[in-house]
Design a protein. Sequence first.
Length: 553
Amino acid sequence: MMQGKADRMVRGARLWSDGARVENADAVAIRGAEILAVGPARDLAPLIGPGTELLDAAGATLTPGFTDSHIHLVQWARSLDELSLEGCVSAAEAGGRLRRFLGTRGGAGAVIGRGWDSNAWSEPPDRAVLDVICAARPVLLHSRDFHALWVNGAALAGAGVHRGTPDPPGGRFERDAAGEPTGVVREQAVRAFSAFEVHEADADRAALGRAVALLHRAGITAVHDFEGADAQRLLRAMSDGAAPRVRVLMHLPHSGLDAALALGLESGLGDDGFRLGAVKLFADGTLGSRTASMLEPYDGTDRRGMDLIAPEVLRVEVGRALRAGLAVAIHAIGDRAARAALDAFEAAAEALRRPRLPSRIEHLQLVHHDDLPRLRRLGVAASVQPTHCVSDIELVERWWRTRRDGAYPYGSLVASGAWVAFGSDAPVEPPNPGLALHAAVTRQRADGTPAGGFVPAQRVTLDAALTSCTSSPARLAGQWPRLGRIAAGCHADLVLWNADLHALAPEALARVHAAVTISAGEVVFRGPAPDAAAPPIPRSEPTAHPVGPGGRA
């Protein structure tokens, strides 16, 4: 028998958990950091005491807290205060933003910016544009996909990069016709400039606090983070502190593998607030930089991208990690990289099941149809970012048009039975669950384009999309069934949305947002209450979607 009263109770909600709407229940009682009971509000009424906070859902959907399964949280936190080059249509516009930014930011340190994408520019980025504006201070401008860097002459000189500097393995210094560096560097060559990015601990802690508050506002209560040692220290301190926090699954960079092996670290070590994830390896680059590794050349070219780790070396590194109990997360965007990753996992044989957490492939933006069934067979999860799909439509049409049907194959992955988890890759894309749900369910941008959706056969159901934001990430973190579901005894990480998600037309999903976010039983964000009197957004004509695990046709 249930003892004591609830600290808070959500009533009048449309509960969703475990892949479907929860029948015959509209209330959740919370005590401490756990869910005390789930059921009809009338049955839970005895749990209401004088100190119980009552939250009226007004018929809106209540889900488990969302997990962003691929984020660079500290990098995103820093980016909120750095020069933004998102949407720049030319190098000149980027230069204009740099000039205005410098007008408000003094100092002698490096200027950091992020977000340029030169694929549609008439002129490529060049150091000369930056040197006219800022010749004395190093300028480092990260591309939108974070796989290229645009720097000025001061940065090149400070890093010792000149005409005679050789390209590093897995990287490239772009050069002009005379052989001089243009200021654009790709992939592993970016590391030559890492010493310029110096961050103060106090500033990082403040930025992280602001970022966590924004995640709570978005309905995100857990993250799977991909960063280095400095970020790990910050996130661990956040998890142990009294400030607002999110649960963290912290992945290790490849550079940390030897140290992890020497210490005997294994995936899954930690607690409910912070635990060790996988070792991240990079099989290739990105579509935007045309460094994603391809089985066939990019359309209209003879280029097949770059193997950042040779397939034979990838097999060795994957095997080393798995045999020691460390799961592996492999960045693979092109179909050749995806195949190399799957080959490496398959070559590991029984060692693949040694770690406590599943291994995974990140991004999977192009997968050969022969390779799709291999994920489920091997038990390897697909960690994907739906907003990448709609952001990259023009790039796919330009470089992958002849194989577009296999691009961002979310429907096929779900239908195959593979575990699919959604993330944002922030700061590449904003961590906005509404946009992710909309992109996955409609294959359209937030403005409704393209009509009918991009490769609509790869859409997923709303239930499959919600599963990819809740229970699937919890399984990948080894926290299922206590996390990612609504049931007595589970962690009280919950999101009350501003509408009944299943009553919305799919195109309206881009506008949904959290009304209340609860983390470990505490209300960490409270927005305008759901309005029961507001007229529902009409549902459009029904559209057939592939059925995923726990989903409905």
